[in-house]
Design a binder for this molecule. Structure first.
Ligand SMILES: [Zn+2]
Length: 258
């Protein structure tokens, strides 16, 4: 394979390999098919690493990471192998490989997109998520099915689920990133800090308990005009002790149509 021949989209790749169910997404077999060997060992400072020539690559995945994390890292390195071959000799992807960095057209964003689309293919995910409430109960179910992290799965649910929603990751310094479904207007930018009526506020203050999905006034999360007239469903969970991951669901869509 030379030039750009090896560039292949995840959905095409899965179709070619006859993969039609989530449990068939065997990343090591896929890597092998494309000339990359996968091995697991402790890595210091990398979640995964790739060493490649024109024809062959060795991908090393940190054996101390969770299975979900390892799969995302491996999907990411496969993205580099199939899209950046020839421009990379050796890459170490830091432990801060973030599912959130799927926006933009940098090489890293593209590798993250590739991982998300390979692990949670649009057609499979879309039908699995159809009609599901935009809550962490759904996210856990889907994460179990696709063997992916809660964060990566929540983002995919917002992208491909049946209802308008947003994922927001907050730390004590305010939100670090958010991800909106396509039916959520671009000017819906969350407040830097959720209001004190938001479950995320309590979790950030150290309340260890997730309350489950709850109705919350929209102005706890948004401060544009008219937000106070609407209600959202908020589901927030503590995430790795680093912050709070929130799903906001427009169960009542009138706010989106104004
Ligand atoms: Zn990378």
């Amino acid at each position: 394979m030379k030039g750009s021949d090896h560039r292949i989209r995840p959905d095409v790749l899965l179709l070619q390999l006859g993969i039609i169910r989530p449990e068939q997404i065997d990343l090591e077999a896929i890597a092998y098919h494309f000339g990359a060997l996968v091995r697991y060992q402790p890595l210091d400072g990398c979640a995964a690493r790739i060493v490649g020539t024109a024809e062959r690559a060795i991908i090393t995945v940190d054996e101390d990471s969770s299975e979900q994390r390892q799969r995302f890292s491996l999907g990411h390195e496969l993205g580099h192998w199939l899209w950046d071959r020839g421009t990379i000799a050796q890459l170490c992807d830091g432990s801060e490989l973030r599912a959130s960095r799927q926006h933009g057209d940098t090489r890293e964003a593209r590798a993250n997109r590739f991982a998300a689309e390979l692990l949670m293919p649009k057609s499979l995910f879309h039908s699995a998520a159809r009609g599901m409430p935009m809550t962490f109960e759904s996210v856990r179910y889907l994460a179990d099915m696709f063997r992916t992290s809660l964060t990566a799965t929540a983002i995919r649910l917002v992208e491909l689920g049946s209802y308008p929603a947003m994922v927001v990751f907050n730390t004590r310094q305010g939100w670090a990133w958010y991800w909106s479904g396509i039916d959520v207007p671009k000017y819906f930018v969350p407040r830097k800090f959720p209001g004190d009526g938001a479950a995320a506020h309590r979790l950030l203050k150290g309340d260890p308990f997730s309350l489950g999905p709850m109705d919350v006034d929209a102005d706890e999360w948004f401060d544009h005009r008219g937000a106070e007239d609407h209600v959202l469903v908020e589901d927030s969970i503590g995430s790795l002790g680093k912050g709070v991951l929130t799903l906001l669901w427009w169960n009542d869509e009138t706010m989106l149509n104004e």
